[in-house]
Write a protein that binds this ligand. Structure first.
Ligand code: NAD
Length: 290
C-alpha cells in the first residue's frame, strides 16, 4: 500500500510530480542535492496550486493542505519511511545509478522504486538496485500537473504486485496510464520525435518553409501545434538526444537525426529556452528563422 512518497530531484518534473501527489492526498518528501533548487520548487508548486485556485479547480483550504503534505530535504535519510520513491533527477545514467544505489541503503526493504527517465533503460537502472523486481518506469509528461498521461514501463524483472501498485497510484492521482515495454523512448517519444525529425527533414530538403510545414500540420492533421513549434517548445537539444537514443538503441537508419537539427543545436539555437530555434522569440511575435 502506497501512503508516503519520496521524490528525488526537484527540477521541472520533480516539482510537477510533487504537486500532483500532494493534491492527490499523499504525504511526500521532496529530496534534492540543491537546497536552492528546493526553495525554487516550493515557489513553483505554490504558484501552480495558486493558478488552480484562481481557475476555481481547487479551493484555498485544499491548496493549504496540499502544501502542508510536502516536506523538502537535502538529506537522503529523509526517505527512510516512504513506500515509493519516484526518481526525477538529471537525465544522466551515472547520476541515476548512483542515486538508486544510495537510496537502497536508506529506504524500507519493501519500498518500490520508480524512475521518470525519458530515455534510459529501466532494466539497466534496476540492475543498480538491490530490488530489480520492485523497480519500474513511471514516466510523467511535461508539465506533470497538466498532462493526463503516465507511461508505465516494466523492466525485465518487475513483478506483478509492483506494477499493480504503481498503476493503482497513477489512477488515484487522476492520471491515465499506458503500459509500455522497456525499449528506447517507450511509446510517446518513439512516435512523436521521429515525426518532428521528419518535419525537420521536410524543411532541410526545401519541401516547405517553417511556416508552411507548421500550418500544414495544424490545419491538415489537426495538431494543436505545428511540429517545428513543438520542437522549439520541447528544446532542440532534447529532440536531438531522443533521436540519438533511438538511432543507437534500435540501430535503424530511419531514426537518423536530421543534419539541420544537429546544426541548430551546435549553434545553440535550442528553441524557446534560448529564444531562438525554428522561430526567433526575441521580438513581440515569433518569426520563422527559415
Ligand atoms: P531538471 O534539470 O529540471 O531537474 C533535475 C533535478 O535533479 C535538479 O533539481 C537537480 O538538482 C537534481 N539532482 C541532480 N543530481 C541529483 C542527485 N544526485 N540527487 C538528487 N537530486 C539531484 O530536469 P527535469 O526536466 O525535471 O528532468 C528530470 C527527469 O525527468 C529526467 O530523467 C528527464 O528525462 C525526465 N523527464 C523530463 C521531461 C521534460 O520535458 N523536461 C519530461 C518527462 C520526463
Amino acid at each position: 500500500m502506497i501512503r508516503k512518497i519520496g521524490i528525488v530531484g526537484s527540477g521541472q518534473m520533480g516539482s510537477g510530480i510533487a504537486q500532483v501527489c500532494a493534491t492527490g492526498g499523499y504525504d511526500l518528501v521532496l529530496y534534492d542535492v540543491s537546497a536552492e533548487q528546493l526553495e525554487k520548487a516550493k515557489k513553483v508548486i505554490s504558484g501552480g496550486l495558486g493558478r488552480l485556485v484562481a481557475k476555481g479547480k481547487l479551493d484555498e483550504a485544499a491548496k493549504t493542505a496540499a502544501l502542508a503534505r510536502i516536506v523538502t530535504s537535502t538529506e537522503l535519510a529523509s526517505l527512510a519511511d516512504v513506500d515509493l520513491v519516484i526518481e526525477a533527477a538529471t537525465e544522466n545514467e551515472a547520476v541515476k545509478r548512483k542515486i538508486f544505489t544510495s537510496v537502497c541503503t536508506v529506504v524500507k526493504k519493501d519500498a518500490i522504486l520508480a524512475t521518470n527517465t525519458s530515455s534510459i533503460s529501466v532494466t539497466r537502472l534496476a540492475a543498480a538496485t538491490d530490488r530489480p523486481e520492485k523497480f519500474m518506469g513511471m514516466h510523467f509528461m511535461n508539465p506533470a500537473p497538466v498532462m493526463q498521461l503516465v507511461e508505465l514501463i516494466r523492466g525485465i524483472a518487475t513483478d506483478e504486485p509492483t506494477f499493480k501498485s504503481v498503476r493503482e497510484l497513477t489512477v488515484k492521482l487522476g492520471k491515465t496510464p499506458a503500459n509500455a515495454e522497456d525499449f528506447p523512448a517507450f511509446i510517446v517519444n518513439r512516435i512523436l520525435l521521429p515525426m518532428i525529425n521528419e518535419a525537420i527533414y521536410t524543411l532541410y530538403e526545401g519541401v516547405g518553409s517553417v511556416e508552411s510545414i507548421d500550418t500544414a500540420m495544424r490545419l491538415g492533421a489537426n495538431h494543436p501545434m505545428g511540429p517545428l513549434q513543438l520542437a522549439d517548445f520541447i528544446g532542440l537539444d532534447i529532440c536531438l538526444s531522443v533521436m540519438q537514443v533511438l538511432y543507437e538503441g534500435l540501430a535503424d537508419s530511419k531514426y537518423r537525426p536530421c543534419p539541420l537539427l544537429v546544426k541548430y543545436v551546435e549553434a545553440g539555437w535550442l528553441g524557446r529556452k534560448s529564444e531562438r530555434g525554428f522561430y526567433d522569440y526575441r521580438g513581440e511575435t515569433p518569426i520563422p528563422t527559415r
